[in-house]
Design a protein around this ligand. Structure first.
Ligand SMILES: Cc1cc2nc3c(=O)[nH]c(=O)nc-3n(C[C@H](O)[C@H](O)[C@H](O)COP(=O)(O)OP(=O)(O)OC[C@H]3O[C@@H](n4cnc5c(N)ncnc54)[C@H](O)[C@@H]3O)c2cc1C
Length: 471
């Protein structure tokens, strides 16, 4: 087996990995980015291709170049929810315009940029194992990990058919959903979240479809609820190229994804005579972010750490930020010669202080939704005005309705007031949870106590919704 030595080894050349590698390499830290796909295939990923504005990406790569090359539709102004039974729609305007990208080109550009920053990108390199120091992996008194015991020191891979060991001060796991590294590593001595099961994931499938005539909704992300607490989506890459897909939560009975999409496409006249250009499926985490994504010498980022909005499946901006923040800690660890959890911890805190608290709160609505009949949820959804839905989903908002609108909403929701009242109480719990995440500990010492408080609040949420515990 040959051996390579780097300061930082990043596994997985998706969004999280590319941003992590670009950040580390641009600061002069020797960085390898390992990707199992070939150079020609890299960047191709099963995705809905919808992203928020470029402002949400760390400026460590040339974002203008990324935008010019891959943001094919920058005029997304609203989300449109369709009632699957009545066909009725609710439009919710975005605060800032969103975009849909050419995902392959986007993936290529971020890798070009990581290489330009000085990363050694090794394609055709399948990581199979983690190299850890021997010693009793056991958490010390304050949950900070005990320095070197169980420290991750590198990975074992097969590179173009040749077994290769990569040694590193810090390994960043950007291997995506259900990453193999976490199966292989012994993380029991660290704070790293191992309470992860397939039922907290969503199975999703998408097609890129070319239609003959421009669609009239090319400024909207179109969503339509399905059984199994999933949704179909139609995201316009251009007025004639549509990313259409769907997913279901894996704690529900499996859904015939391809057939369900076909059926829906047949019911839409704009897809008559359309051509399917590409098909792909994958799993994505629809859960709260990992409580901690650090272990000595090791951090997980992006899908590998549950950094996806659990209600929309949006994970691209979170992956980019997490990759960037983790690499900042990795640089500090390399410079100081200390890759213990205490040193890496600020990465966890930054995630929680930013999107982590919001995604944890959104997960409460997933738990609530999973305990109810989809038809009833749809009735309530389409009866509520847009602002109320935005508020219920944890964004800032006034929740104010004039009396006329209140009366109209009350009439349209007749028969569902129990559910609405429950939603109101769930909203209160989600806000309390968000506050708790805002108080995420500043060091590993406070982690266990914080987690106990969070778990107690989650117990209240399960009791309120009647849902089975998700974690
Ligand atoms: C169907 C679908 C639709 C989605 N729609 C959207 C959307 O519209 N908007 C949005 O923001 N998000 C969406 N997401 C989520 C989004 O795609 C992910 O959150 C995002 O791509 C995560 O990036 P990542 O870098 O963490 O992981 P990935 O992009 O999955 O990258 C992981 C990389 O690691 C590589 N890898 C894995 N294991 C190994 C190994 N052992 N050795 C070497 N390399 C390895 C993989 O080949 C891959 O290149 C969707 C996801 C799915 C599945």
């Amino acid at each position: 087996m040959s051996t390579e030595r780097y300061d930082v080894v990043v596994v997985g050349a998706g969004t999280a990995g590319a941003f992590a590698a670009a950040t580390a390499a641009s600061e002069g830290v020797s960085t390898a980015l390992l990707e199992r796909k070939s150079e020609a295939e890299a960047g191709q990923i099963a995705c809905g291709d919808a992203v928020k504005g470029k402002g949400t990406f760390p400026g460590v790569i040339d974002l203008e170049y990324l935008r010019e090359e891959s943001f094919t539709n920058e005029r997304i102004e609203k989300a449109r929810f369709e009632n699957p039974r009545s066909g009725e729609t609710v439009d919710i305007p975005f605060e800032a315009p969103g975009s849909v990208v050419d995902r392959k080109r986007y993936g290529e550009v971020i890798l070009e940029e990581a290489a330009r920053a000085g990363t050694d990108v090794h394609y055709d390199t399948v990581v199979q194992d983690v190299v850890q120091t021997n010693g009793t992996a056991g958490r010390n008194g304050n949950g900070a990990g005990n320095g070197d015991a169980g420290r991750v020191q590198g990975v074992e891979a097969v590179r173009r058919g040749e077994p290769t060991e990569y040694e590193a001060d810090v390994v960043i796991d950007a291997g995506g959903a259900l990453s193999v590294l976490q199966d292989r590593a012994d993380l029991s001595g660290a704070t790293f979240d191992t309470n992860v099961s397939y039922s907290q994931f969503c199975s999703a499938y998408r097609e890129v479809i070319e239609v003959d005539s421009p669609v009239e909704w090319d400024d909207a992300l179109v969503f339509k609820p399905t059984e199994e607490l999933g949704y179909l989506w139609y995201f316009p890459r251009t007025p004639t190229e549509i990313n259409a897909g769907l997913g279901f939560q894996m704690n529900k009975p499996p859904m015939e994804l391809v057939e369900t999409l076909k059926r829906d496409l047949r019911s839409r006249p704009e897809f008559d005579g359309a051509t399917v250009k590409n098909k792909l499926g994958a799993a994505l985490p629809t859960r709260r972010p990992y409580d901690s994504a650090t272990a000595p010498g090791f951090m997980a980022v992006g899908d590998a750490a549950g950094h996806v909005n659990p209600t929309t499946g949006g994970g691209i901006p979170g992956a980019a930020k997490a990759g960037h923040w983790a690499a900042e800690r990795a640089i500090e660890a390399v410079t100081s010669g200390d890759a213990g959890e205490q040193r890496l911890w600020e990465y966890n805190r930054r995630v929680m202080a930013d999107f982590g608290k919001r995604f944890a709160a959104m997960d409460v609505y997933n738990i609530f939704g999973g305990a109810h009949d989809v038809d009833e949820l749809v009735d309530v959804l389409t009866a509520l005005p847009g602002q109320q839905i935005v508020d219920a989903l944890g964004k800032e908002g006034t929740a104010s309705m004039d009396l006329g609108l209140k009366l109209k909403t009350a009439l349209r929701t007749v028969g569902h007031w129990d559910l609405l009242y429950e939603l109101y109480r769930v909203q209160g719990k989600a806000a309390a949870l968000k506050e708790l995440y805002e108080a995420y500990p500043a060091s590993p010492a406070g982690f266990e106590a914080w987690r106990e408080r969070r778990d107690a609040l989650m117990d209240e949420i399960y009791a309120l919704t009647g849902a089975d515990p998700k974690y």
